[in-house]
Design a protein around this ligand. Structure first.
Ligand SMILES: Cc1cc2nc3c(=O)[nH]c(=O)nc-3n(C[C@H](O)[C@H](O)[C@H](O)COP(=O)(O)OP(=O)(O)OC[C@H]3O[C@@H](n4cnc5c(N)ncnc54)[C@H](O)[C@@H]3O)c2cc1C
Ligand SMILES: NC(=O)c1ccc[n+]([C@@H]2O[C@H](COP(=O)([O-])OP(=O)(O)OC[C@H]3O[C@@H](n4cnc5c(N)ncnc54)[C@H](OP(=O)(O)O)[C@@H]3O)[C@@H](O)[C@H]2O)c1
Length: 462
């Protein structure tokens, strides 16, 4: 990278694992990084997605992010969203004249799969539920009434996390994982089942394997082996603390919500499917036979899409990237935002992490994607003159001025340690390992209180 004395100015939108990886590498190399983030706090899903009991993983990431934010060349505006009708638009950001803008805004759009009645009372999307129990402002206080029998669509890690919460926190009567393909196509990491496996109804699972036996054999799968493998993964199960029964319904594709007179879910209609081989993989094919699964609510845990209201070129759940290999490395195109109207990449605008590939992979993958994007941006910058120090200061000041009128409650990097301290103090008072304010107002009030304490201490006579 060009190590010119003044450096480049990089704007990073989104402070999840991908955005923080970009901020880390650019700031380490002496460039100025301005982070703009929707949430007051940094971390994205590392703060508001990872299951609440994973304290070690979250606190480890928080420590890393604190260190990045403590660098003198990193600036932060939290509680600020970029998008149409938001505090800043993409065009305004581009107009500031930063050398590059990286969008690492995650997958904030809701993926719907075209099931009739999916707006009925009692239908939820996993992201909203996850944000709710992780206390993200806007979702924390929203009522979520699941009833006692909850159908969760999908068989990935998000389904397991939601089952975990329904079993060990909500203690509902029954959780039914509804899966369009079979047990061999389960996507969750077996290690993640420890919190739910005591509650899995093993007899019902055996009956389910009998029910679908012929359809598995038809594609060369050995039902007994798949059954043994699946059950064999239920190791080191945490002792049950509720009577919740977790069951699986395989080869069943959601088709329609059946509702009562109040438009409240009373059952999910599924189409029975069979498997078809597709290369090394399988696909689910409808059999035009239907069944009802009685349930009080349905949660879609089928992945997400990006948020089209951000204002970047968008198609089919994704931001559009350059279809033509370009630059020094053919892979550079994968990160370049592309305008189909002009047939050109948006100059200096890039995407990384789940904003590039929605709902794909763990924190480490998002971090790696941010690092890869940084390499791509570095190649882009190699032929550009770095900014002068004066110009770097102007970009920051212009942004600050814009925000003063639009978001006077923007959170700065100096505010974040104050907020963390306030939450630690409340956790200690409540005798819990972790405490989170669940509204922006509470967070902003805590920051203001701490600011006053700090300035009071500074003014106190020696
Ligand atoms: C329920 C769940 C549990 C998970 N558990 C684990 C786990 O245990 N271990 C693991 O390794 N991985 C886990 N993951 C995966 C991991 O969380 C993701 O891989 C990773 O967080 C993606 O990082 P990202 O930076 O691309 O997006 P995100 O983490 O989503 O970060 C996006 C950031 O962008 C900001 N933003 C969004 N929109 C805007 C906007 N318009 N303007 C400004 N800022 C915006 C958000 O505030 C957020 O800070 C889990 C994922 C989910 C959904
Ligand atoms: N604890 C953890 O480590 C943790 C926790 C949560 C998330 N994560 C990570 O976050 C990422 C996203 O997880 P995820 O669970 O959302 O995604 P996922 O692993 O891709 O699982 C999505 C599930 O939804 C199903 N699905 C998709 N479209 C469907 C449709 N139209 N109809 C019916 N079913 C449909 C998929 O079935 P098909 O297979 O048939 O498509 C699959 O079973 C993953 O990388 C995951 O590992 C990790």
């Amino acid at each position: 990278m060009n190590q010119a004395q003044d450096g480049y100015c990089i704007v990073v939108v989104g402070a999840g694992p991908a955005g923080m990886a970009v901020a880390n590498l650019f700031s380490k190399n002496g460039h100025r990084v301005i982070i703009i983030n929707r949430d007051c706090k940094v971390g994205g899903l590392a703060e508001y997605g990872i299951f609440p009991s994973k304290h070690r993983l979250r606190t480890g990431l928080q420590k890393t992010y604190r260190e990045i934010l403590s660098r003198p060349n990193v600036f932060y505006f939290g509680n600020v969203s970029v998008g149409r009708d938001k505090e800043l638009t993409v065009d305004e950001l581009r107009g500031l004249g930063a050398d590059a803008i990286v969008f690492a805004t995650g997958a904030q759009g809701t993926k719907t799969i075209g099931v009739e009645g999916d707006d009925a009372v009692g239908v939820f999307h996993a992201k909203d539920v996850v944000y709710h129990y992780n206390q993200l402002p806007g979702f924390s206080e929203r009522p979520f009434d699941f009833g006692q029998r909850v159908a969760v669509i999908g068989i990935g890690d998000v389904m397991i996390d939601i089952a975990h919460w329904l079993i060990r926190h909500k203690k509902v009567q029954e959780v039914i994982a509804v899966v369009r393909r079979g047990p061999a196509e389960r996507k969750y990491n077996p290690k993640e089942t420890h919190a739910v496996c005591s509650n899995i109804d093993k007899d019902a699972l055996a009956r389910e394997f009998t029910r679908i036996r012929e359809r598995l054999e038809a594609v060369g799968q050995d039902p007994d082996q798949v059954h043994a493998d699946m059950v064999g993964e239920f190791k080191k199960c945490d002792p049950a603390i509720s009577g919740t029964m977790m069951r699986f319904r395989f080869l069943s594709s959601p088709r329609r919500m059946l509702v009562d007179a109040q438009n409240r879910v009373r059952a999910l209609e599924v189409e029975n499917t069979r498997l078809e081989c597709k290369g090394d993989d399988t696909a689910a094919k409808g059999t035009e036979t239907f069944d009802e699964i009685r349930c009080d609510s349905v949660i879609f845990a089928v992945g997400d899409r990006v948020d089209d209201t951000v204002g970047l070129p968008y198609k089919n759940g994704m931001f559009i990237t350059n279809p033509t290999p370009s630059g020094n490395d053919p892979d550079d195109a994968l990160f370049q935002v592309y305008d189909e109207g002009s047939g050109k990449p948006l100059d200096g605008v890039f995407v990384a992490g789940w904003a590039r590939k929605a709902s794909e992979g763990l924190v480490g993958i998002a971090k790696r994607d941010g690092e890869w994007c940084t390499e791509v941006v570095q190649r882009y910058l190699a032929i550009r003159q770095p900014q002068t120090n004066t110009r770097l200061g102007e970009i920051y000041r212009e942004l600050k001025t814009l925000l003063e009128s639009r978001q006077p409650d923007a959170v700065t990097r100096e505010d974040l340690p104050l907020l963390a301290e306030a939450e630690r103090e409340d956790a200690a008072k409540a005798g819990v390992e972790e405490f989170k304010y669940s509204t922006n107002d509470e967070m902003l009030a805590a920051i203001r209180r701490r600011r006053m304490l700090v300035s009071g201490a500074e003014c106190a006579p020696a």
